[in-house]
Design a protein around this ligand. Sequence first.
Ligand SMILES: Cc1ncc(COP(=O)(O)O)c(C=O)c1O
Length: 194
Amino acid sequence: MSEFENLSPQAAGKPPYLLTPGPITTTDTVKAAMLRDWGSWDGDFRQMTRQLCDQLLDVANAKDSHVCVPMQGSGTFAVEATLGTLVPKTGKVLVLMNGAYGKRLAQTLDYLGRDYVTLDKGDYLPPMPDEVENILKADGEITHVAVIHCETSSGILNPIPEIAEVVARLGRRLIIDSMSAFGAIPVDAKKTAV
Ligand SMILES: Cc1ncc(COP(=O)(O)O)c(C=O)c1O
């Protein structure tokens, strides 16, 4: 057995650390808290859900301007629900892509039957605000812009405040998938008009 295998959790008989972008390893205290069953209509559960939503809104400085809708599903489930709910059937989306999750946004719009165009920057570059501005000015049918905050697959942190400024100034709506950034990198709803 190598020196590194000795350090692995498996060697100590523990489950492996998950280093995936998606579900990550939770602590034993979180796992222990989940051993209790909750009734979804009961007062204590509703109070806990309210507290959780308030805290999430606080993180985004959005308490007096937004509502929080918790979704019970994977990240992809939440993104699909967001696109299907917020983009009307007559809408058209500009998808900013620089990695797998931007591509998945477009694929989701495909099977939701929503019209879209893409700005695909490959795996190394962020979409720039002036590029977004030019596309929006040239296509008056675009109603929404969808972007990944931190594109987990390529590691690129996209310039959300600058893109948000352009989108708001040109009167469109912005949808941000901040799955791997929220809580770590600030998203201020007061400054990022969405
Ligand atoms: C930015 C982003 N969007 C969407 C997803 C999809 O989440 P899931 O794998 O839970 O469906 C991920 C997963 O890591 C992600 O990082």
